[in-house]
Design a protein around this ligand. Structure first.
Ligand code: FE
Length: 131
């Protein structure tokens, strides 16, 4: 799998988040308060992951979505004591963030809490350049 994707285009910070499962700071990231029409793609492989219509303001300081594009992400339970559920890109395994259920924030009752560093916004009408 290595070599097919945009490893060389990632910044050191993006590599830390995407490859080492780092977490960027809340409120100091590109998309936490970004609400334009379009699609968010994986920064590493370009696969479309989330649609703007499924993004909501959670006040967490990270981009929050209550739905992922079908088949685009995989959910991986973490070991105790964290018991969080990691979310990765289904195509390239890039670390995206975590998913939380049952918070009651939206009718779907799901919050994908995603690092801005792991995604790239493509405005509506622009071509999605998926590898
Ligand atoms: Fe990917």
């Amino acid at each position: 799998m290595k070599g097919k994707f945009n490893y060389e285009k990632l910044t050191e910070f993006e590599k830390w988040v995407i490859l080492k499962k780092g977490t960027e700071p809340p409120f100091r990231n590109e998309y936490w308060n970004h609400f334009e029409e379009g699609v968010y793609v994986c920064k590493l492989c370009g696969q479309p992951l989330f649609k703007s219509e499924d993004k909501f303001f959670s006040s967490s300081g990270w981009p929050s979505f209550d739905k992922a594009i079908k088949g685009a992400v995989r959910e991986i339970p973490e070991e105790p004591p964290d018991d969080r559920i990691e979310v990765v890109c289904s195509k390239c395994n890039a670390h995206l963030g975590h998913v939380f259920y049952g918070e009651g924030l939206t009718p779907r009752n799901v919050r994908y809490c995603i690092n801005s560093a792991s995604i790239k916004f493509i405005p509506k009408g622009e071509e999605v350049d998926s590898n």
